[in-house]
Design a protein around this ligand. Structure first.
Ligand SMILES: Cc1cc2nc3c(=O)[nH]c(=O)nc-3n(C[C@H](O)[C@H](O)[C@H](O)COP(=O)(O)O)c2cc1C
Length: 194
């Protein structure tokens, strides 16, 4: 089993999404001790934004190679654990830059006469979502969720249907709310690892 562990939080040791991806990973390894793990820290080593030169294949060789490496890691993964903080109602730009390297026609999707077709379907995704406020279904903030909803859309576009979200929300509402959110997320981690 190949596990890809992605972090994108910029808040270092205070990062809730990093805490959750680490605990999700530990639970998965406990179940699959022989799993091989690749960790990509998009805050420590961000990928460049896409450019015209990248699309034209004339970008610097190291930039093209970095994008290829990210794509190959993703395609090789049976499970991707993705730390996805909400920053300004959406995902961190570092995480978006990574997704921009994955959305490659003929690899993760293709267009057919009948519309688009995802090509990366045989894969499981676990998103570790952390949010300062509340955006779950039924809350007043739900329409402002361009983070989890976006990730579900893009992985759905790649053909991936097995997407779970471990969510800690309301973490900016004080230390008690933060602890409660993390404890709830831990309960979910135990459930999906079971
Ligand atoms: C730059 C930045 C932007 C943020 N934007 C939002 C936001 O739009 N909505 C929200 O509810 N919380 C927002 N927050 C709070 C984070 O979602 C929350 O702290 C979460 O834990 C971030 O994940 P992390 O701890 O892994 O960094 C923001 C935090 C930062 C640092």
């Amino acid at each position: 089993m190949n596990i890809l562990h992605i972090d994108a939080g910029i808040t270092g040791d205070a990062s809730v999404s990093r805490l959750l991806t680490a605990e999700i990973l530990a639970a998965q390894i406990a179940q699959n001790p022989d799993a091989s793990v690749v960790h990509r820290d998009l805050a420590a080593a961000p990928l460049d934004h896409l450019t015209g030169a990248h699309l034209g294949g004339t970008a610097a060789a190291d930039d093209l190679a970095a994008g290829q490496a990210a794509l190959q890691e993703f395609m090789a993964a049976d499970l991707a654990i993705i730390g996805a903080p909400m920053y300004n109602f959406t995902i961190p730009s570092q995480l978006k830059a990574w997704i921009d390297r994955l959305a490659v026609a003929g690899v993760t999707f293709r267009y057919t006469e009948n519309g688009s077709e995802g090509l990366a379907g045989a894969k499981k995704i676990i998103v570790a979502s952390s949010r300062g406020g509340f955006y779950s279904e039924g809350t007043a903030g739900a329409a402002l969720d361009h983070q989890e909803a976006y990730l579900r859309s893009v992985f759905g576009f790649f053909g991936i249907t097995d997407v779970s979200v471990i969510r800690a929300e309301g973490v900016a509402m004080g230390p008690e709310a933060r602890d409660t959110a993390i404890e709830q997320a831990r309960g979910l981690i135990a459930t999906i690892a079971a």
